[in-house]
Design a protein around this ligand. Structure first.
Ligand code: GDP
Ligand code: MN
Length: 337
């Protein structure tokens, strides 16, 4: 139903002028949450926190996406906690479900094997749909066409510090394309053939690889093998023109055709991260140190001097994940000295 894809909007009379905020220009951006009806409570807690720490000053719109229609309760309850307009829309089914050309026998065997190996979400088809959607489809949704920037928000996350400077405008003014807060290692078994596929793509399309890329963050041996480092994509502030551009579009089609979203369990985090690291100049990827952020089980708390106090953070530096064993912060830092 096209009407469900175009969704339903609620505009609170919050007094915001949606082009300008306190006399300053606003970025062409939306807050974006993919969410299930059953996650209403957790989603509201994320939205409340981001509103309190950031958006009540800025009034950016929210877009909620779902693979099934949102319930009346979801729309009503959520509309009460947002400061900007909120839209609730459905994902076109062909952007979500497993494509026909996937060999279901092969996919089933791989899921069964991952269940035996105790791989997280190893047996889940819906998780795979979600990962493929977040990798290659969300930015094609009709309601996202009007926007350049998005901030991905998940249910049940925490924002620990005041975000009193507009991160979208920061990105725009500093020529940034992809922003993250947490970087860590992927489970190798979920992406066994992803890196060989990436290398094949690079060999066939060397023109897309940026000169000043971030290969030194992704690999210990100049690209021969992948060190499993990626940006944790449950938080992303990024420019959709990158995903919509030629390099990423070709890259996504190439890797999608290998079927690894279903024959393995390729995540949108390594897919986005590898693309951003290879096709962007390293200075176009931005680490938002000052945004304190938590998604179970990891927290990033700012390490810049005086930042925790200045931004009134409710996290403590010692809780930060950045220099723990599983983090890739040091790999990031070694290429940004
Ligand atoms: P994790 O963070 O990797 O453990 O995965 P989550 O369960 O948090 O899922 C990632 C995001 O996708 C969250 O925003 C979820 O609400 C959303 N999500 C996952 N599966 C589905 C689904 O089947 N339908 C919808 N509508 N959202 C989903
Ligand atoms: Mn999550």
């Amino acid at each position: 139903d096209p009407a469900l894809v175009l969704g339903e909007s609620h505009s609170p009379d919050s007094g915001f002028n949606y082009e300008f905020n306190n006399g300053t220009h606003r970025a062409n951006a939306t807050l974006l949450m993919l969410v299930r009806n059953s996650e209403l409570e957790k989603a509201m807690q994320s939205v409340r926190e981001l509103e309190e720490k950031f958006n009540r000053q800025f009034g950016y719109p929210w877009l909620f996406l779902n693979n099934v229609p949102f319930s009346k309760e979801f729309k009503e309850e959520m509309s009460k906690v947002v400061s900007g307009p909120a839209t609730f829309a459905m994902i076109p089914p062909h952007h979500w479900y497993q494509p026909d050309w996937i060999d279901e026998d092969k996919a089933t065997k791989s899921r069964d094997k991952m269940v035996e190996e105790n791989i997280i979400y190893g047996g889940s088809v819906s998780y795979r749909n979600m990962c493929r959607f977040n990798s290659g489809f969300f930015y094609r949704h009709p309601l996202l066409q009007q926007y350049k920037w998005y901030w991905r928000v998940e249910p049940d996350v925490h924002f620990h510090c005041d975000v009193d400077e507009d991160p979208f405008l920061y990105m725009e003014e500093h020529n940034k394309v992809y922003g993250f807060t947490i970087t860590l290692l992927e489970f190798e078994k979920t992406i066994a053939t992803l890196w060989p596929t990436v290398k094949e793509f690079m060999a066939e399309n060397p023109q897309y690889v940026a000169e000043e890329n971030s290969m030194g963050y992704l690999s210990e041996d100049g690209g021969e093998t992948y060190n499993l480092c990626h940006f944790w994509s449950n938080f992303e502030i990024a420019d959709m023109d990158f995903w919509r551009g030629e390099a990423y579009s070709k890259f996504f089609d190439y890797i999608d055709a290998k079927g690894g979203f279903y024959y393995e369990r390729w995540g949108d985090a390594p897919v986005h991260s590898i693309a951003a690291s290879l096709f962007l100049q390293k200075d176009q990827v931005h680490f938002f140190d000052e945004i304190g952020y938590e998604h179970h089980p990891f927290t990033h708390c700012p390490h810049g001097p005086g930042m925790i106090r200045k931004k009134h953070c409710t996290c403590r530096g010692w809780r930060s994940f950045d220099y723990q064993g599983y983090s890739c912060m040091r790999k990031w830092e070694r290429i940004h000295k």
